[in-house]
Design a binder for this molecule. Structure first.
Ligand code: PLP
Length: 374
């Protein structure tokens, strides 16, 4: 039996066309993009073409896109340097952010002694917008960092609403858009978004490359110091193969975004419908609106079989994610599940889909789960 991969929120397989483009460039192009001779100029043109593609997709200017090694680096750069540069006096975020945000905020709290305010979230992980609105009435230089799509439960913020709330001059807004870029149209055009981060391996591009958008009016200094790469914003010789792969992956995704979305939504709905027949099954996160269909977090009732479900799925050929943080061998609910009040005695598994998944795979998974739980 072929293994089924239902862990696409964690990472995605590369599109074959992405591998081809990268391989071709690896075979033929090696110049240092900073060199002014022909070899260098060839490499530089690859990077600038990719920047143009990303900028166009986001409705940003070419000069507002900066490539990094991943979203974690992008987010560290934005948060740490925005705090330094804009004399930020407090940060507003949510307890359900990715660890790369939460751990960076903990670092900033310690080093800069800044208050970090975590918005209340409801049982579906929606941050409290009226609390955000009330907090932002105060004219204190504030950095808001909120994720567009939660990577564990798929809940989405209303980007237009948050962007409007972040309109005042004393507010800077960073959006972690890792689970959205390439999957739905993501645009900064006409919005009050100062920074936005993304990563290629979440949309069928290579690992080890990401980017951030920085609004031309919200300039921060570089985080990684060295050469003048990325117009002095990110030192280090550029990963031309990765950047070319990121561009190709984004292009492919944009061309078939609507079809892919519809396909994934069908898989999710069918999976949900069939799982619901198995008894006391619940679904974490928004289910009616403001959710991304590629992420389905399923909460199973307490039972010894349920406890072993992840393990049994794995040995039966299905890769999914427990949505749990494993520390010292003891599995606990993740910070996200804890924040939404998921009962610790239930077990949650995150199934996450891509265009490469099929209805047959969903049916196979359902049958397997049925047989494990019986
Ligand atoms: N933010 C979110 C929402 C993510 O899902 C991830 C990856 O798991 C990251 C940030 C970090 O991305 P990267 O692996 O590119 O550092």
């Amino acid at each position: 039996m072929q293994r089924i991969y239902f862990d696409n929120a964690s990472t995605t397989p590369m599109h074959p066309e992405v591998v081809s483009v990268m391989t071709e460039i690896m075979n033929g192009t090696f110049g240092n993009p900073s060199s002014i001779h022909m070899h260098g100029r060839t490499s530089r043109s690859i990077i600038e073409a990719a920047r143009k593609t990303v900028a166009k997709a986001l409705e940003a200017s070419i000069g507002e896109i900066f490539f990094t090694s991943c979203a974690t680096e992008a987010i560290n750069t934005v948060l740490k340097m925005a705090v330094e540069n804009h004399q930020i006096k407090r940060i507003i975020s949510s307890p359900t952010e990715h660890h790369c945000t939460l751990h960076t905020l903990e670092f900033i709290e310690k080093t800069h002694h800044l208050p970090i305010i975590y918005l209340d979230v409801d049982e579906n992980g929606n941050p409290d917008m009226s609390q955000l609105q009330a907090l932002l009435q105060e004219e204190t230089p504030t950095l808001v960092t909120l994720m567009y799509v939660n990577n564990e439960i798929g809940t989405m913020i209303d980007l237009d609403v948050v962007s409007e709330l972040c309109a005042p001059d004393h507010v800077f807004f960073h959006c972690d858009a890792v689970q959205a870029v390439g999957k739905i149209p993501v645009s900064v055009g006409g919005k009050h978004i100062d920074y936005l981060s993304s990563s290629a391996h979440k949309f069928h591009g290579p690992k080890g490359v990401g980017f951030f958008y920085m609004n031309g009016d919200s300039i921060i200094p570089p985080y990684i110091l060295g050469g003048a790469q990325e117009r002095n914003m990110r030192a280090g010789t550029e990963n031309i193969y990765g950047i070319a792969g990121l561009e190709k992956a984004l292009e492919i995704q944009l061309n078939r975004q609507a079809d892919t979305y519809a396909h994934i939504l069908q898989l999710r709905n069918h999976f949900k419908e069939e799982l619901s027949k198995l008894g006391d099954i619940q679904f974490n996160g928004n289910q009616e609106d403001h959710f991304m269909p590629h992420i389905l977090s399923v909460s199973f009732p307490p039972s010894p079989k349920g406890d072993m479900l992840m393990f049994n799925l794995d040995i039966s050929g299905i890769s999914a994610s427990s949505g749990s943080a494993c520390s010292s061998g003891i599995e606990n609910d993740s910070h996200v599940l804890q924040a939404i009040g998921h009962p610790a005695e239930r077990k949650s598994i995150r199934f996450s889909f891509s265009e490469y998944n099929t209805m047959e795979e969903v049916d196979q998974a359902i049958n397997l789960i049925k047989s494990i739980l019986e």
